[in-house]
Design a protein around this ligand. Structure first.
Ligand SMILES: [Zn+2]
Length: 467
């Protein structure tokens, strides 16, 4: 498999450190609000990457943190007159609701800053002891210039960075390039933890270094996130982690491109800021997920009504193919015919096409195209009916590939979710029609319609569909 490594700026063969377990860290959200569509992209993209590795038989240790200590959380808690902990706990719970809607697998661990304070303080202390960091008025700063490779990920040198560096009000750093590892408590209502430098809280960057080290070890396979995190967040993580261990932090850095809204940058001031929760009022999580995977993850993607409707229609075609196959599988007769055997040879080759796309730097756009080509072939092959075995094989392949993308995995089957009572009604309707008792057949049709169901009559018998 080839993946684009931001560090080397080229596609490279992906070679895990330890074949038996791939170690991956994805920067997670700061929990002070619902996640927005921009947060959803890395979550969906890297979840899909992980699903693909798992499909290929790899074990993946996948860590995604929650930043539950942050100025934004403190500000929100002041606005709402509740504790910072109440804010962060609320939005962690809300995150999981959105994650479920988007069909994100749970990370192996979702560590929180507040539950890893000892490790973070120990990490900072080592950096101070090694001379990479210094205490100043209760704060601790990282001496950026001490770290030789600073800027290597984002491709900037110290002179360029110097031009943009500032010392903010209230900061006591020696050099504008330095960044905070620990922030002294400034007022009583700020959450604070005891440390060798007095009460305070960690800066943002140090948490990922400390938690990645704790859960995944010194050098990991992949560190991933949105491209806006490459600088300064990931650059600072590298400086911290490599100064701490003296070893490379991550072998591969993966960054997804940003999302625009109707071709404009998303911002609260422009009024085009969308949370996943807002979007879920109009579209399903599956439609959002499909949309996010419909472009290559390193290309910017534009969120618009047109593209969401396209995603909806494309998914409907997939669901329709799935339902059709499920129906044929249940009602089709017997084993594959000679003709189906040769058709299957062609149809099963789409697995290769799909994998080829995924292994080319996770090209989900091409992988989705491969699924649609598969569906076209299958639809043609089963137009005049199919054996149960053939339909079943096509269905399994379709579900396996879409499952990697995290779509069509809602248990999928409309018929599976149908109660015995409904099945009995459909049966009775069949009998009524046979007996030419059309009044009763229509009555049953109306009962089903009230339950949001319809019966389609097909050559293989009645098919129940949701309205
Ligand atoms: Zn991070």
């Amino acid at each position: 498999m080839k993946i684009y490594n931001t560090m080397t700026r080229k596609k490279e063969d992906f070679v895990p450190i330890d074949e038996s377990e791939i170690r991956m860290y994805v920067c997670g959200p700061t929990v002070y609000n619902y996640i927005h569509i921009g947060n959803a992209r890395p979550a969906v993209v890297f979840d899909t990457f992980r699903r693909y590795l798992e499909y290929k038989g790899k074990k993946v240790k996948y860590i995604q943190n929650f930043t539950d200590v942050d100025d934004k959380i403190i500000n929100k808690s002041r606005e709402e007159g509740v504790s910072a902990k109440e804010i962060s706990e609320k939005y962690i719970a809300e995150y999981f609701k959105d994650a479920d809607a988007l069909n994100l697998e749970r990370a192996t661990v979702h560590p929180k800053v507040t539950e890893n304070m000892d490790e973070i303080i120990r990490f900072v202390k080592v950096l101070v002891d090694k001379g990479y960091a210094y205490e100043s008025e209760g704060d601790v700063y990282y001496s950026t210039r001490k770290f030789g490779g600073y800027g290597k990920l984002s491709g900037q040198n110290i002179e360029e960075l110097e031009a943009g560096a500032r010392v903010a009000v209230g900061e006591s750093k020696r050099d504008p390039l330095d960044f905070a590892l620990w922030k002294a408590q400034k007022s009583e209502d700020e959450p604070a933890w005891d440390s060798p430098w007095g009460p305070g809280r960690p800066g943002w960057h140090i948490e990922c270094s400390a938690m990645s080290n704790k859960y995944l070890g010194e050098t990991i396979d992949i560190h991933a996130g949105g491209q806006d995190l490459a600088f300064p967040h990931h650059e600072n993580e590298i400086a911290q982690s490599e100064a701490y261990t003296g070893k490379p932090f991550a072998h591969y850095w993966m960054h997804n491109a940003y999302i625009t809204i109707d071709n404009e940058k998303m911002s609260k001031s422009k009024g085009n800021f969308f949370t996943v929760r807002d979007i879920l009022k109009e579209y399903t999580g599956e439609e959002i997920r499909f949309f996010l995977l419909s472009g290559h993850y390193r290309s910017p993607i534009n969120f618009s009504r047109d593209l969401m409707i396209q995603s909806r229609n494309a998914l409907a075609r997939m669901h329709h193919a799935e339902e059709n196959l499920r129906h044929l599988k249940q009602h089709g007769e017997g084993e594959m015919t000679e003709k189906e055997r040769s058709l299957w040879e062609n149809i099963s080759s789409f697995r290769g096409r799909f994998e080829e796309a995924m292994e080319d730097d996770l090209n989900t756009a091409d992988a989705i195209s491969a699924v649609f080509e598969l569906i076209r072939e299958v639809n043609t092959a089963v137009r005049d009916g199919a054996s149960g075995e053939f339909a079943g094989k096509c269905l399994d392949l379709l579900k396996e590939l879409t499952g990697i993308l995290g779509i069509l995995s809602d248990g999928g089957s409309e018929e599976d979710g149908i109660s015995e009572e409904i099945k009995a009604l459909v049966e009775e309707r069949q009998e009524a029609r046979k007996a030419k008792n059309f009044a009763r057949a229509d009555e049953i049709r109306d009962i089903l319609r009230e339950k949001g169901l319809a019966v389609e009559d097909t050559p293989q018998g009645p098919k129940i569909v949701k309205l």
